[in-house]
Design a protein around this ligand. Structure first.
Ligand SMILES: Cc1ncc(COP(=O)(O)O)c(C=O)c1O
Ligand SMILES: N[C@@H](CCOP(=O)(O)O)C(=O)O
Length: 465
């Protein structure tokens, strides 16, 4: 499979090169040159397969020409063998039509592990035996950071710099990152928001001096391989609820538009998706974009769902690329307008295309808490606040009564004990697999929200080896 940039002018790459590159050199995001399609018989044949085999069937077309099915299978076994549930992403029924897709059974208790455990394996495979070192620079609002660090800590040929917004992630999330003391791991707390951190990461990728000094790579969902791995669980859940013979709706707590974009790809590949619900908190750029065409980055408001406190959603560019008829020039112009003014309006014809599959909802703190309590009282499940945003949006969805609605449960409640206790009165205990998290030494650098300071720090540390 070839990979092309959403902005049309970066070189076409194969899967290996696209994975190692992360962001395209023209500032765009890599996407497959075409969406592979599964026929109804292919989808029916997924029923009864375990997670690893499902993953191999779904991802094989994307890695074709670079990895054989057997190589892919070995990497998936290594990645998903580390999950604490045999089903990897089990479905839990809440009532007659609502389901939770639990994505938090990986080592760091968030959906990010599903992709990052595999990405760690891919990096190791692609760098093995070579003399090339990569420098991963990432931004996190709490979950990508720990999942990425867990996936690459101690690996040869890789160093990782992870930027998080100081004071805006939960204590559990911060400690999951900052107590990893492997020498190739560098945590940086910046004075600013996740959006500020993400903007610095993207700027670094376009910075010639930085690119000449280190080989940059990405673990955020700007890296296509992240999204590829997330497509799998839409199929895995879908076939268990009757696909290809029944449509399924998914409600996705959304920030950077990565997880829900993976659902869009599943639909392009043939999964019968009735609706994809983009569930945002009060940081609602995506809700405004999908309802009014208003894609303008407002101020980021800290909430009880910190991982979704995002007002610039990187992967929306991938959707716009498809909605524009894959017109790289048009996307380059739109993104230049956005970069200059922090705002753009989405043309009505593009919006109409999006609304055929997507709907959206903006969920405030009270609505989130209500949904959290509903899951507890009606479904017997203590869920995390991000999943509760998804569930609130799912319950507001107007859709045929015979369509099952799956809410993606993106994190374990124990990552957000204060917010869960405030909403439910129950404090979720830290799972044993996190061990003595609160007794461990923390190590991280605090830096101002200033690009030059962050760049200087990264290049100096990278030069140290
Ligand atoms: C727990 C949780 N839920 C939802 C999201 C939003 O996912 P995405 O950024 O892929 O839209 C995130 C962060 O990405 C998260 O960490
Ligand atoms: N919510 C994320 C933000 C980064 O998103 P990503 O999916 O692009 O890595 C986080 O928790 O870090």
């Amino acid at each position: 499979m070839d990979y092309i940039s959403t902005r049309g002018s970066a070189p076409t790459l194969d899967f290996r090169a696209a994975t190692l590159a992360g962001l395209a050199s023209d500032g765009g995001l890599y996407v497959p040159a075409a969406w592979p399609r599964l026929g109804t018989d292919d989808i029916r044949a997924l029923a009864g397969l375990d997670y690893v085999e499902t993953a191999v069937r779904i991802m094989a077309p994307f890695v074709a020409g670079v990895l054989s099915e057997d190589e892919l299978r070995a990497l998936c076994r290594a990645a998903y063998g580390r999950f604490s549930h045999d089903a990897v992403t089990p479905l839990v029924q809440l009532d007659h039509r609502h389901w939770l897709l639990e994505l938090f059974h990986g080592p760091t208790l968030a959906f990010k592990d599903v992709a990052l455990q595999l990405l760690g394996q891919l990096f190791e495979t692609f760098l093995a035996g070579g003399d090339r070192d990569i420098t991963i620079v990432g931004a996190t609002s709490g979950d990508t950071g720990s999942a990425a660090i867990e996936a690459v800590a101690g690996r040869e040929h890789i160093r990782i710099f992870m930027l998080h917004p100081e004071g805006r992630v939960s204590d559990v999330q911060r400690r999951q990152m900052t107590t990893v003391l492997a020498p190739n791991v560098h945590n940086i707390a910046i004075d600013g928001s996740f959006d500020d951190a993400q903007a610095m990461v993207k700027r670094l990728f376009g910075d010639e001096e930085a690119r000449n000094r280190v080989t940059l790579s990405a673990v955020n969902s700007i890296n296509w391989a992240r999204l590829m791995a997330q497509i799998v669980y839409y199929f895995y859940a879908g076939v268990r609820l009757g696909a290809p013979d029944r449509e399924i709706a998914f409600s996705v707590p959304t920030g950077n538009f990565g997880d829900v974009f993976a659902g869009y790809v599943a639909a392009q590949m043939g999964l019968p998706v009735a609706k994809l619900v983009v569930a945002t908190n009060v940081n609602d750029i995506l809700h405004r974009a999908l309802t009014r065409g208003d894609y303008s980055a407002g101020h980021v408001t800290p909430t009880a769902t910190p991982s979704m406190d995002i007002q610039v959603s990187s992967n929306f560019e991938r959707l716009l690329f498809d909605l524009s008829g894959r017109d790289g020039g048009a996307i380059r112009r739109m993104m230049a307008e956005f970069d200059a003014s922090r705002a753009m309006s989405i043309p009505e014809d593009m919006l109409a295309g999006a609304r055929r599959l997507f709907s959206s909802a903006r969920i405030d703190g009270d609505e989130m808490a209500l949904a959290l309590r509903w899951a507890q009282e009606r479904g017997g499940q203590l869920i995390d606040p991000h999943s509760a945003v998804g569930l609130a949006a799912a319950r507001a969805l107007e859709i045929d009564a015979d369509v099952p609605v799956v809410t993606l449960a993106t994190a374990h409640p124990a990552k957000f004990p204060d917010a869960v206790e405030r909403a439910s009165g129950v404090r979720p205990p830290l799972p044993a697999r996190l061990g003595n998290l609160f007794d461990r030494e923390e190590r991280y650098e605090k830096l101002p929200g200033d690009y030059d300071a962050v760049k200087a720090y990264i290049l100096a540390e990278a030069a140290r080896g």
